[in-house]
Write a protein that binds this ligand. Structure first.
Ligand SMILES: C[S@@+](CC[C@H](N)C(=O)[O-])C[C@H]1O[C@@H](n2cnc3c(N)ncnc32)[C@H](O)[C@@H]1O
Length: 208
């Protein structure tokens, strides 16, 4: 599905204003102002704001197998899928560390939503250690080509440019006194494409 179609579907399905655009370099850029409906329905610390999952679902109507990484109390009625969290008390599909994802058959999923703790202070709220983002992105390299990763954070994680493309960046505003966040949407590149680029020294552009 092309991004133009994704954006059209987003406007049609959500009724929100057209706020995503294809820039001249082909990348999608935009801003979501979450407005008054920014509450976290589950009341879980750091949970997705009310309309977040509906917006993502509308952008990816073609996806069949969704994985919620750092799943917390994610609302599966809004976007059904399997879940991964390190905390067994949350009853995820997989109790696993996102930095290795040893138990997760990643090749089966075509859309991953990741919502990590953003800081040491945030991690303390979950009684976990702060994650190393590059390790999570490294584990996600096992996704199949064409799979997308929707990463919500205050930091752009380190990733390999020969393995992931950044297809979209979306700024997310809540209400006053809330932190700004950014959504980075990665696509797992085709294997052939990745190996050709890896073999060409002038194109490696590797961050990790
Ligand atoms: C920001 S919250 C996610 C909230 C979720 N989006 C929601 O709507 O409820 C971050 C979650 O990451 C989990 N977590 C922290 N470190 C982790 C790790 N290394 N691996 C997997 N999950 C982890 C925490 O237990 C917490 O539930």
């Amino acid at each position: 599905m092309r991004w133009e179609e994704r954006i059209n579907n987003y406007v049609k399905e959500t009724g929100f204003p057209r706020s995503l655009f294809i820039a001249e370099d082909g990348r999608v850029v935009g801003t979501w102002i979450m407005g008054n409906d920014y509450r976290v329905r589950s009341a879980y610390y750091g949970g997705y704001p009310a309309t977040y999952l509906r917006r993502i679902r509308a952008l990816f109507p073609d996806k069949r197998r969704v994985l919620h990484l750092f799943s917390g109390h994610v609302d599966l009625a809004e976007l059904p899928g399997d879940t991964v969290d390190i905390n067994p008390a949350l009853n995820p599909t997989y109790v696993d560390d996102a930095q290795t994802l040893k138990k997760v058959p990643l090749h089966l999923y075509d859309l991953v939503l990741a919502d990590p703790p953003y800081s040491v202070e945030d991690a303390e709220r979950y009684q976990t250690s702060m994650i190393k983002r590059n390790l999570v992105m490294r584990a996600l390299q096992r996704l199949s080509p064409g799979a997308h990763v929707v990463w919500l954070d205050q930091v752009l994680p380190m990733y390999r440019k020969d393995i992931f493309d950044v297809e979209a960046v979306i700024g997310m505003w809540k209400s006053t006194n809330h932190r700004f966040r950014g959504i980075t949407i990665f696509r797992r590149r085709e294997r052939k494409e990745a190996s050709v680029i890896a073999a060409a020294p002038s194109h490696t552009g590797v961050d990790v």
